[in-house]
Design a protein around this ligand. Structure first.
Ligand code: 2AM
Ligand code: CA
Length: 254
């Protein structure tokens, strides 16, 4: 049971066209709050509705789990979708947001697509077949010295009002690295590790749909995907993605 990345790309790019139409007309975009400091726009809802319909038509055997509409049909073989990851950035007219789609079969992520329409970057991968950005193969960076590294993180956890809110961890790690970035889209952050633009990325308190598409791309590009203790696997509440070469230096700081 497999899928065609080319067919998937046609669907995801069409979803991108829908998102871009809203992005170019932000003045008229309806923005609501799901919870305090948690936004949803009419674009999120429209993009997810399109993806759900188009993917179900193309691959009726797979169920669906989207950030906005929840779970439906087969959950053992399903699409895991974030229609717009980085909604706050999107609603401000910033460019770092992405559509993320992953195919998960029996708890294993086997294909992914992350499309950042405003940046015109399309990342995709299928398990065992390599990772691609705009049709070209990509790999993680060669950086092996944490002191020279560029690291990304995010602060989704601040919305959860946790005691462990990432600020102490950020403080610790920022002083041991050269560059820190906070882009605002977990899906893209993971792909930036895959593409060697950053050497590592971590975040807490995410959901699977934020990172699922990117994880397939990152793994196929040679990245490690672990929790903060270095256990291999996809842990959305504690995700650490690295180029593999700075992992051992980062773990004691996590
Ligand atoms: P979103 O834009 O799809 O909501 C940025 O740090 C990351 O946090 C983004 O991937 C963003 O996804 C996610 N995020 C936003 N609000 C959140 C919340 N209330 N809980 C968890 N993650 C959130
Ligand atoms: Ca998200």
């Amino acid at each position: 049971m497999t899928i065609s990345l080319t067919e998937l790309e046609a669907v995801v790019r069409e979803a991108g066209t829908i998102a871009l139409a809203h992005f170019k007309d932000l003045k008229h975009l309806a923005i609501n709050k799901k919870a305090p400091r948690d936004f949803v726009t009419a674009a999120d809802v429209a993009v997810e509705a399109f993806l759900k319909e188009a993917l179900s038509k193309l691959y009726p055997q797979f169920g669906f789990w989207g950030e906005e509409s929840g779970q439906s049909a087969n959950q053992l073989a399903r699409w895991v979708v974030d229609p717009i990851d980085g909604t706050h950035s999107f609603s401000k007219g910033q460019y770092f947001w992405a559509i993320s789609v992953a195919l998960e079969i029996e708890h294993e992520l086997i294909a992914g697509a992350v499309y950042a329409p405003a940046l015109n970057d399309y990342y995709t991968a299928k398990k065992g077949e390599g990772a691609f950005k705009n049709g070209e193969p990509i790999t993680v960076s060669l950086e092996d010295d944490l002191g020279d590294a560029m690291i990304a993180t995010g602060f989704a956890c601040l919305r959860a009002y946790l005691d462990d809110n990432n600020l102490e961890r950020f403080n610790r790690i920022a002083q041991k690295t050269t560059g820190q970035r906070r882009f605002g889209s977990a899906a893209l952050d993971v792909c930036l590790v895959a593409d060697g633009q950053v050497d590592a990325y971590w975040e807490q308190e995410l959901n699977l749909y934020d990172i699922a598409g990117g994880v397939v791309v990152a793994r196929e590009a040679g990245a490690t995907v672990t929790d903060f203790k270095g256990n291999e696997g996809v842990y959305p509440k504690q995700i650490l993605v690295t180029n593999g070469k700075v992992l051992d230096q980062l773990l004691p700081l996590m």
